[in-house]
Design a protein around this ligand. Structure first.
Ligand SMILES: Cc1cc2nc3c(=O)[nH]c(=O)nc-3n(C[C@H](O)[C@H](O)[C@H](O)COP(=O)(O)O)c2cc1C
Length: 320
């Protein structure tokens, strides 16, 4: 089957693949721009970035994208949520994805500038609320996803429910690791897919080589759920730090810059994500989707090649 285009508002992506936003500094302008240049939608993980840093990354992405579509992803739980959204609007971002919750106010901010807002949801009820509030599309994320999780249900169960509930475009996310999964999502009524884990294994991904190596060697049993001070569970690869979280003995935060609106202070989530992104894996969290171990070829390659593979795999599926 030839994959259809993905239309969101007035934007049309030639390839219906969104590269999921990944914080902190895992998906920056370089990766987002590369994905957008290939006809997909590239997303900068903006949580944890300073405003001027985000401006720079958006400019890098746009230059690389050559007219392709670039978005940002910001966690609603971030204290600087409004400032990040305002910065992205000022830089004329194409799309804004909001993870870990949303408020109706965000749609007012987007409507003045005509920028589509796309909440990430895990229930049909929230998808409907998002649609009524003005969302241009919804990303439906299941428990298979990496990072913070809003549900313990599979994406394959939630997508048909959301499809029935809303008319706006539906994007399936979580555990989609090959073309067969992409076809499955379309058969359930999705208009596009959001994929993150597979793009960590790209040359353009901004994670340290040691971080990517954890992705290359992870086995099924290495993927675990952890508690997060954000107040939602998270999915990650076992590391020394993750073991401490699992045994309820993580190091308490040293200092705090109040990066979250609300934080349990169980440990410092932002510092642990910064540590791992820089390669200090023993003191960090490596977020990952549930199906990282299923990726057939875990070599590091250009994002362009990953997109080509996903598209050709999907197009080879007969009953797609
Ligand atoms: C390393 C990593 C970091 C992530 N960071 C964020 C984030 O900052 N905000 C967000 O909404 N989702 C985040 N996610 C979720 C992804 O954007 C995506 O929806 C999900 O991981 C898709 O599942 P997959 O990784 O199995 O493809 C992250 C995922 C990973 C793997």
């Amino acid at each position: 089957m030839k994959l259809p285009q993905l239309k969101i508002g007035e934007l049309v992506a030639r390839i219906p693949i969104i590269q999921g936003g990944m914080a902190v500094r895992i998906s920056t302008g370089n990766l987002a721009g590369a994905v957008a240049a290939e006809g997909g939608i590239g997303v900068i993980g903006a949580s944890g970035m300073a405003f001027d840093e985000l401006s720079r990354e958006i400019r890098i992405a746009k230059e690389k994208a050559q007219g392709g579509i670039v978005g940002i992803n910001i966690m609603f739980a971030a204290r600087e949520f409004v400032g990040i959204v305002q910065t992205a609007i000022k830089e004329k971002i194409d799309l804004i994805f909001t993870g870990a919750g949303f408020s109706r106010d965000i749609f007012k901010m987007g409507s003045g500038s005509n920028i589509p807002i796309i909440p990430i949801v895990s229930t049909a009820r929230l998808a409907l609320t998002a649609e009524k509030s003005g969302a241009a599309a919804v990303v439906v994320e299941g428990k298979e996803a990496g990072g913070h999780l809003g549900t313990d249900r599979s994406v394959w169960d939630i997508v048909p429910e959301v499809r029935e509930a809303v008319k706006i475009p539906v994007v399936a996310a979580g555990g989609i690791s090959d073309g067969r999964d992409i076809c499955r999502a379309f058969k359930l009524g999705a208009n596009g897919v959001q994929i993150a884990t597979r793009f960590v294994l790209s040359e353009e991904c901004n994670a340290a080589p040691e971080y990517k190596r954890r992705y290359q060697t992870a086995r099924k049993e290495d993927i675990v759920q952890i508690t997060s001070p954000v107040g939602m569970p998270g999915r990650a690869i076992r590391t020394a730090f993750v073991e401490k979280i699992l045994s309820k003995n993580p190091p308490r935060p040293i200092g705090c810059d109040f990066c979250l609106k609300r934080c349990s202070l169980e440990y410092c989530i932002i510092q642990s994500l910064i540590n791992s992104q820089k390669g200090d894996i023993d003191h960090g969290i490596v977020f990952s989707g549930e199906n990282v171990w299923k990726i057939k070829d875990r070599s590091i390659k250009p994002a362009k090649k990953i997109i080509e593979e996903l598209v050709s795999e999907a197009e080879e599926v007969n009953d797609c």
